[in-house]
Each structure stands twice: as structure tokens, then as C-alpha cells.
Design a protein around this ligand. Structure first.
Ligand code: GDP
Ligand code: MG
Length: 181
């Protein structure tokens, strides 16, 4: 760069989880500040770029939005390559999407390791919290414990749809995404 004081970083971050949990919607909310209820399934992989300007540096988050059915194919190994962090998303109204979380984590950890031999940092997102908390309350899951036992660095309740005042503390996209960089 022409400016010696301005450092640039590019980070690849994966957003994975079952079909329909809201991966694309979370990214749209974060990058484009909007939400659309029209369902349009991701095919293969979509990309979005979020630029964060900090004091002396520019951070580019390259968000890889991977179609939910891909875990059943062999392409994830290619998609995961060189990622430095990931979000695994589930839908709080669909228990099966929560059960799939550990399968996504296993798929990721088995196919991607950092140069230092460690697994990448993964944050768990409990999405559609505007719809209730069924999965979080009905089966006695302690999320902190679940995260510890399954190697997540943390979890957040999110809603790509609703940004009510009462929800504000639950959906801090900036904080959530920054957690990985
Ligand atoms: P993806 O397959 O994981 O990318 O899921 P999408 O982002 O395409 O979302 C699937 C459906 O769920 C769409 O109809 C979205 O409008 C809806 N959706 C996504 N996020 C939320 C949310 O936070 N709350 C509600 N109520 N609906 C959501
Ligand atoms: Mg999608």
C-alpha cells in the first residue's frame, strides 16, 4: 500500500449450518444492513465482503456462505481451505438443525487445521431468536457447557430479522464477527 501506516488484513470466515437456518440472512444483515423474507437457497457458495476500518488498519472479512446441503458432498474440504474462523448457525425453532451442529463441527475439524496444528475458532449462532427459544429451553441444554464440551469459543442468540430494542443485546453482529479476528 502507498500508506506505510495502513495495514491491510484479509480473513476468510466460513458461515455454515443446515439449510434454511439463516446463514445468508445473517450475512445480509451484517454486510448490507437489510433483511428479506424471500427464501432463495444458496447454491454451492456465495461470497460477501465486509470491510472494517480501524485506527491504522483495514480488515477485510471474506464471508463464505456455504449452502446447507454441502456437508453431504465432498466439496466442503475445498471451501474450508485457508479459513481462519467459522460460524456454525442453527435455527432455535428446529431441533434437528441444532443436532446437526456437532456434525458440522466434526466435518470442519476433520478437514481444516491451522498451520499450528490447531482447529480454527468457531462461534455458535442460535438464530431466529425472534421466533422463540424452543431449542434453547426445551431439552435442558446448557449452552455454555455445550460450547465447552464441543470446542466452540462462544455462542450468541441472533435474529437476522428483528432489531427491536429488547433484542439489541442479542444481536451485535459487529461484536459477533469481530470475535474471530
Ligand atoms: P440459509 O439457507 O441458512 O442461508 O437460510 P436463509 O438466510 O436463506 O433463511 C432461510 C429462511 O429463514 C428465509 O425465509 C429467511 O427469511 C428466514 N430467516 C432467516 N433468519 C431469520 C431470523 O432471524 N428470523 C426469522 N424469523 N426468520 C429468519
Ligand atoms: Mg443461504
Amino acid at each position: 500500500s502507498s500508506n506505510n501506516h495502513n495495514k491491510e488484513h484479509l480473513y476468510k470466515i466460513l458461515v455454515i449450518g443446515d439449510l434454511g437456518v439463516g446463514k445468508t440472512s445473517i450475512i445480509k444483515r451484517y454486510v448490507h444492513h437489510n433483511y428479506s423474507p424471500n427464501y432463495r437457497a444458496t447454491i454451492g457458495v456465495d461470497f460477501a465482503l465486509k470491510v472494517l476500518n480501524r485506527d491504522q488498519e483495514t480488515v477485510r472479512l471474506q464471508l463464505w456462505d456455504i449452502a446447507g446441503q454441502e456437508r453431504f458432498g465432498n466439496m466442503t474440504r475445498v471451501y474450508y481451505r485457508e479459513a481462519m474462523g467459522a460460524f456454525i448457525v442453527f435455527d432455535v425453532t428446529r431441533p434437528a438443525s441444532f443436532e446437526a451442529v456437532t456434525k458440522w463441527k466434526e466435518d470442519l475439524d476433520s478437514k481444516l487445521t491451522l498451520a499450528n496444528g490447531k482447529n480454527v475458532a468457531v462461534v455458535l449462532l442460535a438464530n431466529k431468536c425472534d421466533q422463540g427459544r424452543e431449542v434453547l429451553t426445551n431439552n435442558g441444554i446448557k449452552m455454555e457447557q455445550f460450547c465447552q464440551e464441543n470446542g466452540f469459543v462462544g455462542w450468541y442468540e441472533t435474529s437476522a430479522k428483528v432489531r427491536k430494542k429488547g433484542h439489541a443485546h442479542k444481536y451485535k453482529a459487529r461484536l459477533v464477527f469481530k470475535r474471530l479476528v
